[in-house]
Structures are given as structure tokens and as C-alpha cells.
Design a protein around this ligand. Structure first.
Ligand SMILES: NC(=O)c1ccc[n+]([C@@H]2O[C@H](COP(=O)([O-])OP(=O)(O)OC[C@H]3O[C@@H](n4cnc5c(N)ncnc54)[C@H](OP(=O)(O)O)[C@@H]3O)[C@@H](O)[C@H]2O)c1
Length: 326
């Protein structure tokens, strides 16, 4: 089969379309003929050697999630059959024509959802749902600040925050072209944090109180400055480092203000507590079926064009989700 292989870490061009062996299906796995692949920012971090064990530089196929049709099932699989359409977090990277996924990390796609939407939704939907609902415990009437608001996570988180009762949704973006786009996803206020000061703006928009919940996927200075617009009792979720630099935390910023910093990784839950993701996946699918949540797909590339897809996301111009179609 054909798959993207990264033999050396580096720029988008290291993503090479290669001929690789079809992986053997284990007893607890399904084999999926892939129809659509989600491109996540984590794939860029992996390609750069900055994500979950890729630091060693050993050859790997990137990709967290995909959707397609089951072509083979392992002897112990009970919940799936050949021919079913599913979305999954596969064992091998998802930038491939075929993947194998554990039964635990495979989810049926209802007839009403197409495979592209399903593929695009899995990582961003589960992650955004978990950080807002299960980590931050957003309560109705609270204010939320979402960084990188026009991207895959951002566009999904804005919609979920509204569904979960946020009274004010504030987002940040780096370019004016993204301001209206992010507002169209449902945000009340969008701040260009390159040309403006997001801390001042958030404090102004909340009458000096700050945001009750902050979703930070950028880290570095953005994380450090975000603490200055986090409300008393506020929760900031640290779940990405798009900006590459780590942020430094001062304990003095937390204790008397009763504020907390919570780390989160869907990848870690996938590996160590896969059962934690099932309820979130079910809720995500239900919200999409009810048409309350729309996953915005802005661009599609072929598998051979994976490097163009990465370059597009790294350019910070991408909106919503980007897919690869094998
Ligand atoms: N922990 C988890 O489980 C988990 C799961 C999924 C995603 N994430 C994280 O969530 C973030 C968003 O992921 P995504 O796949 O939806 O990507 P995305 O938001 O579609 O794209 C990344 C966005 O990050 C912003 N950004 C800030 N600094 C950047 C930099 N130095 N280089 C490139 N982009 C930069 C850009 O928006 P602006 O230019 O508008 O700021 C860019 O559009 C990533 O940090 C990712 O690692 C975490």
C-alpha cells in the first residue's frame, strides 16, 4: 500500500509518499480502507520531532485519525463487521491507504454523516469537548477565551463552548482575515493578538474580571500573558505548544486567586485510558447529527500532497480543518 513516511525530521518536504507493507491485523483490531485523513497540528510537531516519542528520528508514518470502511476484522473483535464505515485513531499513522485500529479506538459513522466530516471531527471534536467539559468544567454563564480561534480546534471549541452555555466567547487570531471567519463560528469577540493586546482587551471585555476559562494551545509568552486575564477561580487548560517555546508558571499566580492550570492530551488518554474517549465521541457524533456542531473543512489535498497541506497549516492561514484524501 501507499503511505507517507518520514525518514528524517524536518521541513514539510520530508513527507514522502512511499510503498510500505500492509500491516497485519491483530486479534483486537479492525483493518480500514481509508477514505479521508485529518491533518492535525500534532502531525507537524511529529514531523519536527516534537510530539510523543518522535524525538528519536526513527522512520514513522504521521497522522492521528481517519475515516473509512472496514475490510478485515481480528478474531476477538465483537462490535464491528466488514463493510462498516468507521472513524478511528489507528495504531499505525493515518497518512496511509490502509490502517489498523484497536476496537476500543474505533467508532461507527452513522449513515447521515459523510466520511470526510467524520475524519475531520475525531481529534478536534473529542479534544475540544474534553478540555471544555471534562477539564475546565465550564459552567453556564461563564466567559471563555480561545486562542487560535479560526483553526481546527478553535472553530470546534467556539461552537462547543456555546452549546455548553458560555455567555461570552472571546477568541484570538493572528490575521485580520480570520476575524470575521472566527465570528462566523459563533465567537462574540475576536482579537487580532499581533496588532492588539489580548490581555487588555479580554480584561476590558469582562469589566476587569478576566475570562473564567482559557484554552491555550500556543504556550510560551501567550500562556504566561494569559494568566493576566484569567479570572479568580479561573481555569487555564494547557494542551498545545504551537509557538514552540514553553511557558513559565509562578505558583504565586494560583493559590490565593484559586486559579488552576490543567494539562491535557488526547494522545495520552488514547494510549493509557482509551475508555475515557468513548463518551466524548458519542456526544460529538450526537451533536453533529443534531446539526448543532459543524466541522468546517476548508481544504482537501491528495496523500501525495501531504507536504503542501503541512505548509498551508504552518503558514497560519488555514481555517478550520484540512484533509488528505488518499
Ligand atoms: N492536547 C491535545 O490533545 C491536542 C489535540 C489536538 C490539538 N491540540 C493542539 O491544538 C492546537 C490547534 O491544533 P489544530 O490541529 O486545530 O491546528 P490549527 O489551529 O488548525 O492550526 C494551528 C494554529 O495555531 C496558531 N499558531 C500560533 N503560533 C503558531 C506558530 N508558531 N506556528 C503555526 N501556528 C501557530 C495559528 O493560528 P493564529 O495564527 O491565528 O494564532 C494556526 O492557525 C495545536 O497547538 C495542537 O497541538 C492539542
Amino acid at each position: 500500500m501507499r503511505a507517507i513516511v518520514v525518514n528524517e525530521l524536518g521541513a514539510p518536504e520530508v513527507l514522502k509518499l512511499s510503498e510500505v507493507e500492509l500491516p497485519k491485523v491483530l486479534s483486537n483490531q479492525v483493518q480500514i480502507k481509508v477514505q479521508a485523513i485529518s491533518v492535525n497540528f500534532a502531525d507537524i510537531k511529529a514531523r519536527q520531532g516534537q510530539y510523543h516519542g518522535t524525538e528519536s528520528g526513527a522512520a514513522f508514518t504521521p497522522g492521528l485519525d481517519c475515516a473509512g470502511e472496514i475490510v478485515e476484522i481480528g478474531s476477538k473483535v465483537t462490535r464491528f463487521k466488514v463493510g462498516q464505515r468507521v472513524m478511528a485513531f489507528p495504531k499505525n499513522g493515518s497518512y496511509a491507504e490502509y490502517v489498523n485500529a484497536d476496537e476500543d479506538l474505533t467508532f461507527v459513522i452513522p449513515d447521515e454523516l459523510n466520511s470526510e466530516t467524520a475524519a475531520a471531527s475525531l481529534t478536534v471534536g473529542i479534544t475540544a469537548y474534553n478540555v471544555i467539559k471534562k477539564m475546565a468544567h465550564l459552567m453556564p454563564g461563564e466567559t471563555i477565551l480561545i486562542h487560535a480561534a479560526a483553526g481546527g480546534i478553535g472553530s470546534t471549541a467556539i461552537q462547543l463552548a456555546k452549546i455548553l452555555g458560555a455567555s461570552k466567547i472571546i477568541g484570538t487570531v493572528s490575521r485580520d482575515e480570520k476575524v470575521q471567519v472566527a465570528k462566523d463560528f459563533g465567537a462574540d469577540h475576536i482579537i487580532n493578538y499581533v496588532s492588539g493586546d489580548f490581555v487588555e482587551e479580554v480584561n476590558r471585555l469582562t469589566n476587569g474580571k478576566g475570562a473564567d476559562v482559557i484554552l491555550d494551545t500556543i504556550a510560551g509568552e501567550t500562556f504566561e500573558r494569559s494568566i493576566n486575564c484569567l479570572a479568580t477561580f479561573g481555569r487555564i487548560i494547557s494542551f498545545g505548544h504551537a509557538g514552540s517555546m514553553p511557558g513559565v508558571l509562578k505558583t504565586m499566580d494560583l493559590h490565593s486567586s484559586c486559579r488552576s492550570v490543567i494539562g491535557y492530551s488526547t494522545g495520552t488518554y488514547r494510549k493509557l485510558r482509551p475508555e475515557f474517549l468513548k463518551e466524548s465521541a458519542d456526544n460529538l457524533i450526537e451533536l453533529m447529527l443534531q446539526k448543532k456542531l459543524t466541522i468546517h473543512i476548508s481544504k482537501r489535498y491528495t496523500l501525495a500532497q501531504a507536504s503542501d497541506a503541512h505548509a498551508h497549516i504552518e503558514s497560519r492561514q488555514s481555517i478550520g480543518k484540512v484533509l488528505l484524501i488518499p
